[in-house]
Design a protein around this ligand. Structure first.
Ligand SMILES: Cc1ncc(COP(=O)(O)O)c(C=O)c1O
Length: 303
């Protein structure tokens, strides 16, 4: 059955949806390749939505805290709109800001981790009168709208509802936004969030009540960075969304991320290990629970 075109895609250039034949016996796996965005990140439509809103309000500069990909996405979106962008990064993480700087952003560093970078960027935005583009800042609504675009695109690209949609999970922002859009479309799809084993409060708390971790609880590696949080800024919302949709939270380790990344290489796809998390989660899950029907896997990240 084809859906009526009631959805209004926010994203003018939806990413490809690739059928991964033979990946999962008895089931259909569809790879939603969000690495196709200019910044390589599924965060880019959300960043573009913030830029549009901030521009309309008369801002000429956006400040965000990031562990890398949201900063690069925001830098890319700002450059396209002729806005200035400042990205605050944890000093010891990632590529040292090279990718966001290459996209035109001004880079600042803080000691500490992702949450410290977000806190400093809130302070900087307020002090310098810039738009605060953080995922927990005043543009949350625009961010949710931007992230919802991938659901709109799937709604248009698929003939009917898939059984499940698998999403990499850090703050839980993408999962929470996807659920909001699924509800608006009245589209019954189970949402599965996939995070780094032991390194994210949603993963550690599930299925119990959300509880924050301490800095000493989490271990950041070259591969799991975007999935690591001591406090997931939309963690409780994401848990509610996943439970309400009939999905589950899944934990994967770095070896599983790397194995999923290697498998995706066979289909000509090159997401980062963290950006391969959704597939890692689906494959881990189906070791014990046989799959049938169509499962959509969201891919992200480019080095
Ligand atoms: C590859 C990748 N996976 C997961 C995430 C986490 O997404 P969210 O914070 O929306 O849960 C990010 C965020 O930047 C990411 O870049």
């Amino acid at each position: 059955m084809l859906h009526p075109t009631t959805a209004t895609p926010v994203d003018p250039t939806p990413s490809p949806l690739i059928s991964a034949d033979g990946l999962l016996p008895g089931a259909r796996v569809l790879l939603k390749d969000e690495t196709h965005h200019a910044s390589g990140s599924h965060k880019e439509p959300a960043a573009r939505a913030v830029v549009a809103r901030a521009l309309a309000e008369g801002h000429d500069r956006i400040v965000v805290g990031s562990c890398g990909s949201y900063g690069r996405a925001m830098a890319t979106a700002c450059a396209a709109a002729g806005m200035r962008c400042t990205v605050v990064l944890p000093a010891e993480w990632g590529d040292g800001g090279a990718l966001a700087a290459a996209a035109g952003a001004d880079i600042r560093f803080v000691a500490g981790d992702y949450e410290d970078a977000v806190e400093e960027s809130h302070r900087l935005a307020a002090m310098e009168g810039a738009a605060d583009g953080n995922v927990d800042g005043p543009y949350q609504d625009a961010i949710a709208e931007g992230h919802g675009a991938v659901v709109d695109a799937l709604y248009e690209q698929l003939g009917g509802a898939p059984v499940s949609l698998w999403i990499p999970l850090g703050n839980g922002t993408t999962v929470a936004a996807a659920h909001r859009r699924l509800l608006a479309l009245d589209w019954p799809v189970a949402l599965h969030g996939v995070g780094s084993r032991g390194n994210n409060p949603v993963v550690v708390s599930w299925p119990g009540p959300y509880r924050e971790l301490s800095a000493a609880d989490v271990v950041t590696t070259d591969h799991n960075e975007p999935l690591v949080n001591r406090h997931a800024l939309h963690g409780p919302d994401a848990m509610t969304a996943i439970a309400a949709s009939g999905g589950t939270v899944h934990a994967v380790d770095d070896d599983e991320l790397l194995a999923a990344q290697a498998l995706l290489g066979r289909y000509g796809l090159r997401p980062t290990p963290a950006g391969s998390a959704a597939l890692a989660g689906l494959l881990t899950h189906t070791r014990t629970a046989p799959a049938a029907g169509a499962h959509v896997v969201l891919l992200s990240g480019r080095d």
